[in-house]
Ligand binder design. Structure first.
Ligand code: ATP
Ligand code: MG
Ligand code: MG
Length: 569
């Protein structure tokens, strides 16, 4: 049963359905295909698709491709992959470029209605005329051009007669408005650049606010959810929707027919919510791009990246992200959240769902001298301590084992609960052992422990119940599979890598230990994992079989997160 969510956005939707303002809900997720989606986008996706789903509506995926110079089909593919991975499917896949014909007719309508004009000011002059927060702007000298002249110039812009930047089409609103977005904002600019969908058909491209508002209207979006920085744009959004009035002017929708799209339109409402931001991360596409191009990470899907492709490879699950979004909630307060909220959601999700396995990442040989050389046994372990439905697995046990080097101390510090010379420890699920001898190499480094297995302490025996200080994990040396284990940690060492103190940049705060690669040994059942299967390696943390590199005969595991927050003070 889904919980009843009562955030302000769902409350608005609920009210709109109850009052009959809308009989069905339609939302959209509108990423710009100029980079990979990140954790912040997961919040927008869960909200856009989630609200539609919860209220029996639909959600479109719209690629906001109005900036052709920065966009790439590689991003388009990844965006679709990410949305599906999170468990959502779109009602209709759209592109802002599907509506270029509609946008164009809408612009001509505004010109005919005396609500838009062609302006010859340079970008710098436009800035100058715009005024400031404390100073009203001044009207462009081109503002009073006749409808005929504006139509002629705009058609010639469209025909490609003028070079980039020579002219813009601007809305005629109010240069004295307290909201700078309403000071005759540009609607169209000239850009002679190839577009991934429309080729060289258009030498002019619509500006974001115009395209976004009309895109929502064309699709009949009822609730257009976006982040808080667009709050100041909402009056312009409404201005575009109301003054073009696509629903009342169906002839403007004619270009949709040729693209096989329905001629529908509505009056959308924009509602803003706060962005998701975490400390210890950078999330701006520009900075993520720089990390990739400067080769500070191994690509967009490096498991240390906050991209959805990255954290997926790190072992994050869709349910962990949804849990995080749920816990963070929806509000209008921007804040920088502690990364432990994200990591905590992953731990909680994996603790509940991930099967347990044994693996040793810093191996030390342990020999049970009282067993025969050929001794071999199969033990049965539960896959999950709290979930019987996950069943059991077999683990081979034999005379020679690998244990974790740090689980033995020759000179134990106070309170050390693991194996010491002459001391006892429980081998998880196998019995109690006593360490008789630590064999060293020429440098004095311990290379092998010679131990005795208490024959009365085997699983199910009375003697297994006696108390020993600690329990350690192990794998059978002869049966374990050598694995590449990638130990990932936070990419940045400080909570605010974006602070620009003392001329430093986020690059100066990269964690040199954010990735360590070691060879470990995993029990056979772990090696058999499918790619992307997550596990708790007992006592070590949560790990995932690498999405690309893992193979059963050459396993590769990425550490998703440690068992506990090792960064907390
Ligand atoms: P960036 O600033 O990282 O480049 P963007 O806002 O330009 O991101 P878009 O591709 O335009 O990225 O985003 C698509 C949708 O995702 C938008 O509705 C946007 O508001 C939302 N979104 C982007 N970043 C976040 C975030 N950190 N938290 C919540 N929603 C976000
Ligand atoms: Mg954007
Ligand atoms: Mg952006």
């Amino acid at each position: 049963d889904a919980p009843i969510r009562t955030d302000f956005i769902r409350q608005i939707v609920r009210d709109d359905l109850a009052s009959g303002k809308h009989s069905a809900i339609k939302t959209r997720f509108p990423p710009e295909p100029n980079g990979y989606l990140h954790i912040g986008h997961a919040k927008a996706i869960c909200l856009d698709f989630g609200v539609a789903q919860e209220f029996g509506g639909v959600c479109n995926l719209r690629l906001d491709d109005t900036n052709p110079a920065r966009e790439d089909p590689e991003y388009v593919r990844a965006i679709q992959d990410d949305v599906r991975w999170l468990g959502f499917d779109w009602h209709s896949l759209r592109h802002a470029s599907d509506y270029f014909g509609v946008y164009y007719l809408a612009a001509e309508k505004l010109i005919r209605d005396g609500k838009a004009f062609v302006c010859d000011l340079t970008a710098e002059q436009v800035r100058e005329y715009r005024g400031s927060l404390v100073e009203p702007g001044r009207n462009s000298p081109f503002r009073e051009r006749s409808v005929e002249e504006n139509l002629d110039l705009f058609r010639r812009m469209r025909a490609g007669e003028f070079p980039d930047g020579a002219r813009t089409l601007r809305a005629k609103i109010d240069m004295a408005s307290g909201n700078i977005n309403l000071r005759d904002p540009a609607l169209y600019r000239i850009k002679h650049v190839e577009h991934q969908n429309t080729g060289s058909e258009w030498p002019i491209y619509p500006m974001y606010d115009f395209a976004h508002a009309l895109g929502d209207a064309v699709e009949g979006i009822t609730h257009s959810l976006c982040t808080l920085e667009f709050e100041d744009h909402r009056p312009l959004y409404d201005w575009c929707v109301d003054n073009v009035d696509l629903a009342g002017n169906p002839e403007l929708l004619e270009p949709l027919v040729a693209r096989g799209l329905p001629k529908e339109a509505g009056k959308p409402r924009q509602i803003e919510f706060s962005r998701l931001n975490f400390n210890y991360l950078v999330m701006s596409k520009r900075k993520l791009m720089a990390l990739v191009t400067d080769r500070l990470v191994d690509g967009w899907d490096d498991p240390r990246m906050p991209t959805l492709q990255g954290i997926r490879r790190r072992g994050y699950t869709p349910s962990a992200l949804k849990l995080m979004v749920e816990r963070v909630g929806i509000s209008k307060q921007n804040s920088l959240l502690d990364i432990s909220i994200l990591e905590g959601a992953l731990r909680d999700d994996l603790d509940a769902h991930a099967p347990r396995r044994m693996a040793v990442i810093d191996p030390l040989k342990l020999v049970l001298t009282n067993l025969d050389a050929g001794f071999e046994e199969t033990l049965t372990f539960a896959n999950h301590p709290k979930d019987e439905a996950q069943g059991e697995r077999s683990i081979p046990f034999s005379r020679e084992l690998w244990i974790e080097r740090e689980d033995f101390e020759e000179v134990p510090p106070k309170g050390f609960k693991r194996l010491t010379l002459g001391g006892e420890v429980r081998l998880r699920g196998a019995g109690i052992v006593r360490c008789d001898e630590a064999v060293k190499d020429a440098d004095g480094r311990v290379v092998e422990l010679r131990c005795t297995l208490d024959p009365e302490s085997r699983p199910g025996m009375e003697g297994a119940n006696r108390k020993v200080k600690g329990t350690i994990h192990w794998v059978s040396a002869q049966h374990a599979v050598a694995a590449e284990v990638r130990l990932y940690d936070r990419l940045f060492t400080v909570p605010d890598p974006d602070n620009d103190e003392g001329g430093k940049t986020y690059v100066d705060y990269l964690n040199p230990d954010s990735r360590k690669v070691v060879t470990g040994y995993v029990e056979p059942a772990a090696a058999q994992a499918a790619k992307e299967q997550g596990f708790q390696f007992e006592r070590l943390g949560y790990f995932v079989a690498d999405r690309y590199d893992h193979r059963s005969d050459a396993p590769v595991f990425n550490r998703s997160v440690t068992l506990r927050d090792t960064w907390a003070q």
